[in-house]
Design a protein around this ligand. Structure first.
Ligand code: SF4
Ligand code: SF4
Length: 284
């Protein structure tokens, strides 16, 4: 085979924080940042879902671009000059976190969000103290929805829809600050198209969607992650081979997840793997 002497048009050269790096032309700016160990905050982005570009926390500067650019969804172009940390970027990210903190209960947000808020010295009360204004939706024994904790990242909608489950039981309803994730016509979950795979819970970054088991234990003050162990096993309900992570506290399974980097599941499960563990511990 004769090798072409021409350069590969799929490989481009860009400048990232002053350093010249090469990248595949299909890569996003965030992909390249992660390859190069450059930290960029994200909230709506998850590597197993299509970028939705709603939180805007991953913005970076691109030379000659008037506005900041969302790195999760902008692909690189040859000659691009990218800066990931500057006063302008810090101000934009800090104010976004402050908007979120004034309107949403971030008390159970993931560690990444809390770490970035601390790094940017976010004042959560700057735009007014967050006030609870929605009641928790408890409609079955499997999971609860607390939309006071929802940042409208749309991850659950993508996981329920085209990126994993293809059930399309939930979507966004309403506008502006009144918008929320909802079943169609806001029917209860048991009356909706939901098949209780729990994939929406698995991708939620703020605890807005939570296993009922976890919710009940938190309410009772008995939830204690320091006393929990995680055992990885393979689901025995069928032959697909999904990896399960059994979260165990006091010798009882308290919830089940799947590793996001498992090539069979991408972190997603069905109702049997996710919730079918009662037989292990004499529950109904
Ligand atoms: S449990 Fe599954 S089907 Fe039900 S809303 Fe969540 S992702 Fe959709
Ligand atoms: S419920 Fe969770 S996953 Fe869904 S949009 Fe809100 S924060 Fe995101």
């Amino acid at each position: 085979m004769i090798e072409s002497a021409l350069p590969d048009p799929r490989i481009v050269e860009i400048t990232l924080n002053g350093a010249t790096v090469t990248a595949h032309a299909d890569a996003t700016i965030l992909d390249v940042c992660r390859e190069q160990d450059v930290d960029v905050p994200t909230m709506c982005f998850l590597e197993t879902l299509s970028p939705f570009n709603s939180c805007r926390l991953c913005v970076v500067e691109v030379a000659e671009s008037r506005t900041l650019v969302p790195s999760c969804s902008r692909t690189v172009e040859g000659g691009m000059e990218i800066t990931t940390e500057s006063e302008r970027i810090t101000d934009a990210r800090r104010i976004l976190y402050e908007f979120y903190a004034s309107t949403v209960d971030l008390s159970l947000a993931d560690a990444e969000t809390k770490n970035w808020m601390s790094k940017y010295d976010v004042n959560p009360d700057r735009f007014g103290k967050y006030k609870p204004h929605r009641t928790v939706k408890i409609q079955d024994d499997l999971y609860i929805r607390d939309y006071d904790k929802c940042v409208m990242c749309y991850r659950c909608v993508a996981a329920c829809g085209p990126d994993a489950q293809n059930t399309f039981a939930i979507d966004v309803a309403g506008r502006g600050l009144s918008s929320t994730i909802s079943t169609e016509y806001d029917v209860t979950l048991p009356d909706s198209a939901c098949v209780y795979c729990g994939n929406c819970i698995g991708v939620c970054p703020t605890g807005a969607l939570m296993f009922k088991s976890e919710y009940d234990m938190r309410e009772a003050g008995t939830w204690d992650e320091d006393r929990q162990s995680i055992t990885t096993t393979i689901c025995s309900f069928c032959g697909v081979g999904c990896n399960l992570e059994l979260h165990v506290q006091d010798n009882r399974v308290v919830k089940v997840t799947s590793p996001i980097d498992h090539d069979v599941t991408d972190g997603h499960l069905c109702i049997k793997g996710r919730f079918g563990y009662a037989y292990l511990q004499d529950e109904k």
